[in-house]
Design a protein around this ligand. Structure first.
Ligand SMILES: [Zn+2]
Length: 71
């Protein structure tokens, strides 16, 4: 006879995955706007202001940068 588990399992830890999804971004090294937003993101995350942190990460992801072409 099978013995199914009838009690809840421990909570699944998604924190790392969710953090990457919400706050994952790649600020461009020589862009002042990205640098300022990255600083804002770090401060907001430190202060646990998740809405602010998400907005900063979103702006970094959406910040347009022209592709540099080598002559
Ligand atoms: Zn930028």
């Amino acid at each position: 006879m099978t013995n199914p588990q009838t009690y809840p399992q421990p909570a699944v830890e998604l924190a790392g995955f969710v953090d990457d999804y919400l706050y994952g971004c790649e600020p461009v090294a020589d862009c002042g706007v990205c640098a300022a937003l990255a600083r804002e993101l770090a401060e907001a995350r430190g202060a646990k202001e998740h809405g602010k942190a998400y907005t900063a990460a979103k702006e970094i992801r959406n910040h347009p940068h022209p592709v540099k072409r080598r002559p």
